[in-house]
Design a binder for this molecule. Sequence first.
Ligand SMILES: [Zn+2]
Length: 146
Amino acid sequence: MYSKRHNNGELKSANNQSHTQKFRDVKHVFEKPSTKLRLIANGLTSDQISKCFNLAFFITAETKLTMFQFKTLHDIVFTKSRLFKAKLASIDLCYLYSKTKQGLRHMLVSCPVVSEFWNVFLEWSETLTETKLELSTVKILYNMVS
Ligand SMILES: [Zn+2]
């Protein structure tokens, strides 16, 4: 009815162009390699980024650990903060140290309970290897120990 009064081909063509342009705009937004940009912003080189992604698949045969490393690299771990934003948790505070929001960095590095683990790990590593490891947040988050 509406399309019969107007030139159907032109209308369709105009709509397709509009959809195509919208698709390009949206595609452009989603195509940015946000993970790689975030890792670069954290000071990792292209070689280190490549190692991070490969490490997740050859360091262990345990699929759950591999997937956890993969999720950490892509910053898609379901922390309390993320669950709270999705309205799947009533609070966003760390369950070990309830004074701070539990984001990924807090969960894996800066939580006082986790920090104690890293201190014990560093002592153990030093006694075992007689070399002192220097761990930064980035090294811990992206498995850059060596
Ligand atoms: Zn905590």
